[in-house]
Design a protein around this ligand. Sequence first.
Ligand code: FES
Ligand SMILES: [Fe+2]
Length: 330
Amino acid sequence: MTEAIGSRLRGYEDLPMPFGWFAVAMSDEIVPLEVKSLSYFGTEVVVWRGESGELHAVDPYCPHLGAHLGGGDVVGEDLRCQFHHWRFNGEGGVTDIPYAKMIPPKLKRSCLATWPIEESLGVVYVWYHPRKAAPKWALASAPIIAAEHWVKAQEHEWIIKTHVQEITENGQDYAHFRAVHGTQGPPASEFQLDGWSRRNTVEMQMVTPRGPMSGKIDALAVGPGQSFTRFTDVTDVYMMQETTPIDSGTTHLRWQFYHAPDMSDGKLRVTAARIRDLVKQVNQDIPIWERKRYNHAPMLVDGDGPVLAYRKQYARFYQFDDPEPAIAAA
Ligand code: FES
Ligand SMILES: [Fe+2]
């Protein structure tokens, strides 16, 4: 069965890839003077780090005679195409053509499409928009981590055969927590939408080897690609999650865990168990995500959680011609 047929059968035909800030690499995966071609959004983005450490991102094909720029190298801050050694700066302008007496001004200005690129807390993000519209909100971050010297504990990643929207919808699907993850529920929760972000605050009872325990989950999602979740129970764990479409039926999921500073050995052990439990939960979800269909008109009942409110907000990330002016998110 081809991927296209598979996607069609699974209800993705009306779910294109949303626009937003998306993780495409970890910072340490792109060292200075290195060029990487990254496959996301059903296309490729060529990313390089100049000698200053600054990141740049452009479309993959050279506007001259079409060589793939992922095969180029970095000279100073510029990317040099392997085929005829044209050099490009981070604005997509030509800075050097070794054999030409002059560079036409329009090539100097810009002739290669660029992508907004930023990094935060060791993660590299690009702004994806199928029409190349400018970012509509600022990249979100987690100021508490630097301000309170939280400690990075673990990183995890998965490539999952599902549409990117499905992964974050899982957090709104309260009824599955009991069935799939064994948590007592359905949990008490609050759900707030604010511009391009949404916040879930969930108080829940968890089954632990030492018996039931209450905990709090405070999750802030900004756009379709970033979320920041603090789990407070006997420990205090912060999880950064990035969901990035590789194509409409495949998603790259990344997690980075931090814990509060100065934890006792006992709390560190509980922290490790908490992270293990979260990883176990996603591993319980994945086989369901990879075989499920996206029901455009699901049969929902009381207790199912704010699935439809979530979808309504998420639909904004598909409004590619929306002339709405850029606004700042949280
Ligand atoms: S194709 Fe890139 S410099 Fe000619
Ligand atoms: Fe789940």
